[in-house]
Design a protein around this ligand. Structure first.
Ligand SMILES: [Zn+2]
Length: 165
């Protein structure tokens, strides 16, 4: 039996297993993401690759409207804007001081990820450079899918992150 992941749309084997509390996905997709992060955790110098994967996965599995999902998607999209558009170094999401800005973000209707890469396009048993390149293409494709909301993300970025340049 196969099923389409409710987040990224990848067609995956239907399995029983856990998924994230608000980054909802097919269990097989969540499992694959875990395998990838596990491989990156033991790869020296993979911090940037890991950040690309974390942002891409979170932005591609936005879940249902709710405070944590809204916050998560907002933070990861701002982070992606920072390095994909503003040419900041790739890194884990900065502390944007959002604790002081509760309700800073609102729900963005998720786009279709049909043309996007997914976690299944990123090998985890390949040379580090190959994984890094695939992660970057994945992140870029997810960012591109969010195009209908780029203007809103830019506005949030300039309000909450841009001044930290
Ligand atoms: Zn998925």
């Amino acid at each position: 039996m196969m099923e389409a992941c409710v987040g990224c749309g990848a067609v995956v084997e239907k399995i029983d297993g856990p998924s994230h509390r608000y980054m909802t996905s097919a269990p097989a997709c969540w499992a694959r993401y875990g395998e990838l992060l596990g491989a990156l955790a033991i790869e020296p110098g993979a911090t940037a690759t890991r950040a690309l994967c974390v942002d891409a996965y979170a932005a591609q599995h936005p879940g249902m409207p709710g405070p944590q999902a809204i916050q998560s998607v907002g933070v990861h999209l701002l982070n992606m804007h920072g390095y994909l558009v503003q040419n900041r170094p790739v890194g884990i999401p900065q502390n944007l001081g959002l604790d002081r800005h509760k309700g800073a973000f609102h729900w963005l209707q998720p786009p279709s990820f049909a043309p996007s890469r997914t976690v299944f396009d990123v090998p985890f048993d390949a040379p580090a450079a190959e994984i890094a390149a695939a992660a970057r293409v994945w992140a870029e494709s997810v960012w591109a899918a969010w195009q209908p909301h780029h203007a809103q993300i830019v506005a949030w970025y300039s309000r909450y992150a841009g001044k930290r340049a």
